[in-house]
Write a protein that binds this ligand. Structure first.
Ligand SMILES: Cc1cc2nc3c(=O)[nH]c(=O)nc-3n(C[C@H](O)[C@H](O)[C@H](O)COP(=O)(O)OP(=O)(O)OC[C@H]3O[C@@H](n4cnc5c(N)ncnc54)[C@H](O)[C@@H]3O)c2cc1C
Length: 439
């Protein structure tokens, strides 16, 4: 019997789910809808940013024949990190991985979605419909139908057996669940804004290396990175504190093109010169904010609805795990559907039971492993450096650091959060105090 799956959102999670289901069985009819345009028609990036696909994500992508190879071809494998030594007045790099095959694959989000789409259409012709420029506006749980609105405002009604909310941090599918009894959802905004700029790679930056920076300007944090992209480009990401409301639009000390150029060249990424046009483009861009969401369950039995990826658990990009967690949801859902022969009454509660604790754990790890105060940051970094060295030497005795555990192992997030609960509690307390002191 065919199961009709409507996937809302053609982002990494929605597209990977289509791959998983259709590569496993002919018994699914899949319709994917996305409110945005087909990423294959966008000429280069605009607001898109680079995503790092680490060990967890890679392991899942390798399960689908040929998919990892196709994605790898569109990204840059990064093994080194670069930092500026003010003492030596020069850039230095170090290798982040012991084994030559290990890497973090950096890929533009648009390129990731484009590749997932191209590979879907290459492999599968039947049973798949992908519609862009069409948004979900309403959900009838009793009838199991969804109302969609296309760009010309016409309305479409689509029936489904399973509705998957893969529609990101501001999920319309999740919003429709708010009316269901017992469904709880909370969201909070971090006091952080970010902007992205794509530039040609300057000569002093090595090709497969990411360069990070961190600065404090009038007790306000600025952090970011220059990440390598294909075609000899870099993706410059800047995040900054917005506890002072007028700092929403641009980072402190960088409120016009000249200030931005000077700060980048002299302080954040010494040697990187922005043209007037690039600097102006950054200043004029709309900033984005960072949202964190938590739900008490990721499904609804009556409506046969399930949430995956950012729709279930949006988080900051601090640990670079949003996409890995999204892929993990998809993989677990796919396995449960297979094991339980698509019996949704069994699959959906089991999925929530497995994934809600993982979603909460990685959201908490993200939020609580970044000390703001200098003394705690130095202490935390020193302890973690020591732990990392000891773990390299005695892997059976000393556990990896939380950053290595999330990005280089498959240890469940919930277990990592348990192991580092003491650090999370101290950092959360200290950060809270800092924020209160600033107010
Ligand atoms: C600056 C930055 C850096 C990041 N770096 C990393 C990283 O290094 N590693 C990592 O793992 N993660 C990273 N992330 C997180 C990662 O981008 C997300 O976790 C990931 O994209 C989630 O995928 P998704 O498919 O669940 O949601 P999304 O990527 O948000 O896709 C959702 C899709 O749904 C569509 N949609 C939304 N609403 C509707 C609607 N009403 N109807 C129809 N369609 C709709 C959207 O158009 C979109 O295409 C980063 C995020 C940011 C912002």
């Amino acid at each position: 019997m065919t199961t009709k799956v409507v996937i809302m959102g053609a982002g990494p999670a929605g597209l990977l789910l289509a791959h998983c289901l259709l590569s496993r069985s002919n018994d699914y009819e899949i319709c994917i809808y996305d409110k945005r345009s087909d990423p294959r028609l966008l000429n280069n990036n605009k607001r898109a940013f680079v995503i790092g696909i680490s060990h967890r994500g890679q392991t899942i992508l390798k399960e689908i024949n040929g998919l990892w190879k196709a994605i790898k071809n569109k990204g840059i494998p990064v093994r080194n990190s670069g930092f500026y030594s003010p003492k030596k007045e020069t850039w230095q790099t170090f290798s982040r991985y012991q084994h030559p095959e290990d890497c973090n694959l950096l890929i533009n989000r648009n390129d990731l979605c484009t590749t997932l789409l191209e590979e879907l259409e290459k492999r599968i012709n039947n049973n798949l419909k992908i519609v862009f420029n069409t948004r979900c506006i309403e959900n009838n749980f009793r009838k199991k139908t969804i109302t969609l609105q296309s760009k010309d405002n016409s309305l479409i009604e689509e029936s489904y057996d399973l509705l998957v909310g893969a529609d990101g941090a501001n999920s319309a599918v999740r919003n429709s669940l708010m009316s269901q009894p017992g469904f709880h959802f909370e969201q909070s905004y971090f006091n952080t804004s970010w902007k992205v700029l794509h530039l040609p790679r300057p000569g002093f930056m090595e090709p497969e290396t990411s360069y990070g920076f961190r600065e404090i300007e009038n007790s306000t944090y600025i952090v970011g990175a220059a990440l390598p992209e294909v075609n000899n480009q870099i993706c410059l990401l800047i995040f900054w504190d917005t506890t002072v409301s007028e700092l929403n639009q641009n980072p402190p000390g960088m409120t016009n093109a000249n200030e931005l150029k000077r700060k980048i060249k002299d302080v954040l990424l010494p040697g990187l010169e922005l043209s007037n046009e690039q600097a102006e483009k950054f200043i004029q861009k709309r900033h984005s904010s960072v949202i964190q969401t938590k739900c008490n369950r990721y499904h609804d039995i009556e409506g046969k609805v399930v949430l995956v990826g950012d729709a279930a658990h949006a988080m900051s990009s601090r640990l670079g795990q949003g996409c890995q967690a999204a892929f993990n949801d998809v993989w677990v859902l796919n396995q449960l559907l297979q094991e339980e022969n698509n019996n949704l009454d069994i699959v959906l509660p089991k999925y929530s039971e497995k994934q809600v604790k993982e979603g909460h754990a990685i959201t908490d790890l993200n939020a609580c492993l970044s000390p703001r105060s200098n003394w705690l940051m130095i202490l935390f970094n020193s302890v973690m450096l020591l732990r990392s060295k000891l773990n390299e030497k005695f892997p059976n005795l000393i556990q990896p650091t939380p950053l290595n555990a999330v990005s280089r192992t498959l240890i469940p997030y919930s277990e990592i959060a348990n192991r580092f609960q003491h650090w999370m509690t101290i950092i959360k307390w200290s950060n809270q105090r800092q924020l209160e002191a600033k107010k």
